[in-house]
Design a binder for this molecule. Structure first.
Ligand code: PHE
Length: 466
């Protein structure tokens, strides 16, 4: 039987081992944060929401809401040192409140599972593009050819399903082996390499003749285009890209050595993550305009623009292949962190072997992923509320579940946990601590609630701008 009570020094220890260093932790959280959200999702959501104003709100959300939530999640994780569900229950009890806070953990674990179900499908898509670009399919291709290749791929449920299966299999493989070895190594190489490759692509896009158009699309805000719906989308994107609001960072925090600075690590991750998303936007939008494409084209955007760009570059086949390999790695290190919370829960709660738990969780999520696989072909016409099954899943998780669970997390850290507990984890009462406390008690929760109320129409301060 596992004991959940603290050891003599008042601290619990993790049951899954710890990160070997502060750097390892930062790399792991960066690996989780940098993924499809930065390169696949950010440009197309920004495109659909009109560019500039959306980007500003998104950056605002990262700083004002994202950072405090991330710090709260890590500190809760490290103090609890269990999976998110048990951690929330234990801390709720220890702080003299209720064990029922465990439901926030449940919400997070569920959100992570739902997200992974479609994340794995898109991860599979990048994997498929490694092979296609390796085979030279995009060499000197024009927009029509590239679009036809994408439609051909998405149109086949067998193909999309096959790559979804492969992607899930490699994710299960790493999670089953445990977090420390494979993962740390992969991230150490992957994030810097991705960064360098994006810079190379940036050079190409600067020369495309449309760099100015791309810049102004991204950075000159036209607030008349901004609706409360797009503010919510910006906030959801901030949560998604930082991997917060679903227990992933909380689970990683549980393996964090006692002396590591939570504020500093969170800031480093947020900076790395935002720079990669911004770079991706700066690469992609000039190419969109140079090729007469629609910035609001949706999930296929990067799968069209980048193959086109590579197709016309010297050494394009090589660079395209390398790029999709790196993107697959980025997606992989994120997928692992999406699976970890549920796996840690199964291991701790039912005493399962890690490998068995990974297969059980991965298998169930794989099955849920079929809904997304079919959304792009067989069930493409089956739409309701926000669109296809995939669109609804995406909206439910990113725009509703993540901000909601983020709200409860900051409320818990800011109001339920006493000052001593949080100061202990964040390393004393200095300026950073005071700032965190003001943000997590007031600004972040009020901000999240406000956006929710505006979108739901319950609070209509600005008169019908929904
Ligand atoms: N942050 C990842 C990305 O941007 C997605 C993710 C979300 C990963 C939540 C883990 C947890 O792609």
């Amino acid at each position: 039987m596992l004991s959940n009570s603290p050891a003599e020094n008042g601290k619990r220890t993790s049951l899954h081992g710890n990160w070997t260093s502060r750097m390892a932790f930062i790399l792991a959280v960066t690996g989780s944060a940098v993924g499809l959200g930065n390169i696949w999702k950010f440009p197309y959501v920004a495109g659909q929401n009109g560019g500039g104003a959306f980007v500003l709100v998104y950056i605002g959300c990262v700083l004002l809401v994202g950072l405090p939530v991330m710090m709260s999640e890590i500190l809760i994780g490290r103090r609890g040192r269990r999976n998110p569900i048990v951690t929330m229950a234990l801390l709720g009890e220890e702080e003299g409140k209720s064990r029922q806070w465990q439901w926030v953990g449940v919400l997070g674990v569920l959100a992570a599972a739902l997200i992974l179900s479609y994340y794995s499908v898109i991860g599979g898509w990048t994997l498929a593009y490694v092979l296609k670009s390796g085979a030279g399919a995009f060499d000197a291709a024009d927009p029509d050819t590239v679009t036809a290749i994408r439609d051909g791929f998405l149109g086949s449920s067998a193909n999309v399903g096959l790559f979804h299966t492969l992607f899930m299999a490699v994710t299960i493989f790493v999670v089953a082996r445990g977090v420390e070895r494979g993962l740390e190594q992969a991230v150490r190489f992957m994030v810097p390499a991705l960064f360098v490759l994006l810079i190379v692509l940036l050079g190409y896009s600067i020369n495309s003749g449309y760099f100015g158009a791309g810049m102004s699309f991204m950075f000159s805000p036209d607030f008349s285009k901004l609706t409360w719906g797009s503010v919510l989308a910006a906030m959801g994107q901030a949560f998604f890209t930082l991997s917060i609001g679903m227990g992933a960072v909380m689970a990683y925090g549980a393996y964090l050595p006692e002396e590591t600075s939570i504020g500093g690590s969170s800031l480093a991750v947020a900076i790395a993550d935002t720079s990669i998303a911004t770079l991706a936007g700066l690469v992609i939008f000039p190419l969109v305009f140079a090729n007469g494409l629609d910035p609001a084209a949706g999930p296929g955007l990067v799968f069209i623009t980048l193959p086109l760009a590579f197709g016309h570059m010297p050494g394009g086949v090589f660079f395209a292949t390398l790029f999709f390999v790196l993107l697959t790695f980025a997606a992989w290190t994120s997928a692992i962190s999406l699976m970890e919370p549920a796996v840690a829960w199964l291991v701790e709660r039912f005493n399962r072997a890690r490998s068995e738990a990974a297969m059980l969780v991965g298998g169930s999520i794989w099955a849920m992923g079929i809904a997304t696989v079919l959304s792009f072909n067989v069930l493409a016409e089956f739409t309701f509320l926000k669109g296809t099954l995939f669109d609804n899943l995406d909206h439910l998780t990113i725009n509703i579940m993540l901000p909601l669970s983020g709200l409860f997390i900051v409320l818990f850290a800011g109001w339920v946990m006493c000052r001593n507990s949080t100061a202990d984890e964040l390393g004393g009462v200095d300026l950073a601590y005071k700032l965190w406390r003001i943000f997590s008690r007031y600004l972040a929760p009020v901000g999240i609630l406000f956006v929710f109320l505006q979108v739901s129409g319950l609070l209509d301060l600005f008169g019908g701008t929904r």
